[in-house]
Design a protein. Structure first.
Length: 133
């Protein structure tokens, strides 16, 4: 499952099992960037799995861009993720990845706002003049 494989908690548990060290996600990313082979193996597999998830969601929804919220990746991690997605989607029409600057509690509200805009206003469910605010 996504929860068992791709959450910070799951990744950190795999790292702890492999290295015997209890570290934070920020430390794991720093170790990955520094080239720690034990952490790199686990972290790169997580990035590959994330790429597969993004690819499947995008192709299933017929979109070519995904915006990730609340992701804190290093430049090296971003490049690896983009390369993995490009391997899956091909060079002709690659899936683009964007990172939202909205974080924390505001991330939930941003998603709700986008859903309301797309599902009601753009599809004609509610017209702008139909609401009073």
């Amino acid at each position: 499952s996504v929860h068992a494989e791709l959450t910070c908690k799951a990744i950190l548990a795999k790292i702890e099992a492999a290295t015997g060290q209890k570290i934070t996600m920020e430390q794991a990313i720093a170790e990955y960037d520094a080239g720690n082979p034990q952490i790199a193996e686990i972290y790169e597999q997580s990035l590959r799995n994330l790429a597969i998830l993004i690819y499947n969601l995008c192709t299933g929804s017929n979109v070519n861009c995904a915006t990730l919220q609340c992701f804190h990746l290093s430049e090296k991690s971003c490049v690896k993720l983009e390369n993995e997605i490009r391997k899956l989607s091909g060079d002709q029409n690659p899936i683009q990845i964007r990172f939202s600057s909205i974080d924390g509690k505001k991330a939930y509200h941003a998603g709700c706002t986008l859903a309301i805009e797309k599902l009601f206003f753009e599809t004609g469910g509610i017209l702008l003049g139909d609401i009073s605010m």
